[in-house]
Design a protein around this ligand. Sequence first.
Ligand SMILES: NC(=O)C1=CN([C@@H]2O[C@H](COP(=O)(O)OP(=O)(O)OC[C@H]3O[C@@H](n4cnc5c(N)ncnc54)[C@H](OP(=O)(O)O)[C@@H]3O)[C@@H](O)[C@H]2O)C=CC1
Ligand SMILES: O=C(CO)COP(=O)(O)O
Length: 344
Amino acid sequence: MKKQAAVIGAGSWGTALASVLGQNQHTVRLWCRREALAEEINTAHKNEGYLKGIVLPDNIVATTDMKEAAEKASYIVLAVPSGAVRKIARKLMPYLHEDTIVVHAAKGIEPESFLRVSQILKEEWADLSFRGMAVLSGPSHAEEVAEQQPTTVAVSGTSEQVQTLVQELFMNQAFRVYTNDDFLGVELGGALKNIIALGIGLTSGLGYGDNAKAALMTRGLAEITRLGTHLGASPLTFTGLSGLGDLIVTCTSEHSRNWRAGNQIGSGKSLEDVLEQMGMVVEGVRTTEAVYHWSRELGVEMPITEGLYKVLFEHVPPENMAKSLMERGKKNEKEHSIMLLDNN
Ligand SMILES: NC(=O)C1=CN([C@@H]2O[C@H](COP(=O)(O)OP(=O)(O)OC[C@H]3O[C@@H](n4cnc5c(N)ncnc54)[C@H](OP(=O)(O)O)[C@@H]3O)[C@@H](O)[C@H]2O)C=CC1
Ligand SMILES: O=C(CO)COP(=O)(O)O
């Protein structure tokens, strides 16, 4: 059935998700922060700066007016970088109502608070009542979603009903949505894989090969799972679309801004230059900062995150990261799995 949906953020991901909703014949309002972009979307049905060569469904109406975008929406999809979530949450406050379902699609952790995006939203909207919240996450580069290439994602919601409604809202022949009741795990997987993708890009930039890539992906998944299960997420979620699935796509695709940023830093560019030239968000930088401090506070071992933090924030040369990882003390590969089994 046709729904009223607002997508907040007209970057790569917001535009691609608006496109899916438009294909599903929903009424879509896409909130942009720049008037020129809203005009490009409304007149040419394109967003060339973020999704080159893509023609958008003509039932997407772009606007810079938050009221116009969100007031009548029963679904509000939040697709801005995690660093903009607090500010946008405040702007959205007047337009949430009893029937609103908020779907967030951002992947990050706040460095100052170690909060996930859903926790930031709950904090900002503590006094408001709305129908529920969901997180949509998984292996889904915007460029391929916009081309209607087969894509699968996971959705988790604050209730089973919310989860199913969001699944129905987005699902179509090119965009397959699985439900997963582990909200924490789904949200963490999407945020944490960006750290590992940056690290793998970095080793590629240094000239290391596929063995190093496989090692970092595997041990990266181990440390993501270690933190996630410490916080109460299900280990199985990290083997699913929002865990392993998203890790694979981000670590192996040149679409990935995190991988590309790491690659350029490994090739000798400074972090500042890379971020300035990317023109799009590189969530892994902020998340590395957050998770480095968070894991230390929690006493959870995350050596890849630690190595990357030192390269990004303490000016340690990238080649030292690989060296320090290779020179760590002897370990049993299944150490953490054994602890998990013991706890069950
Ligand atoms: N791209 C992808 O393939 C996927 C991205 N994601 C996640 O989605 C989130 C958004 O990423 P993505 O769309 O790719 O990012 P982009 O860099 O492509 O676009 C960011 C968008 O957010 C807007 N924006 C940035 N800062 C602010 C702010 N302070 N206030 C209001 N609007 C702001 C930008 O506006 P302007 O154009 O005016 O600068 C732009 O529309 C991230 O958390 C990302 O990890 C998740 C899955 C896939
Ligand atoms: O999350 C993504 C794909 O699922 C996008 O990754 P990047 O932000 O690295 O481009």
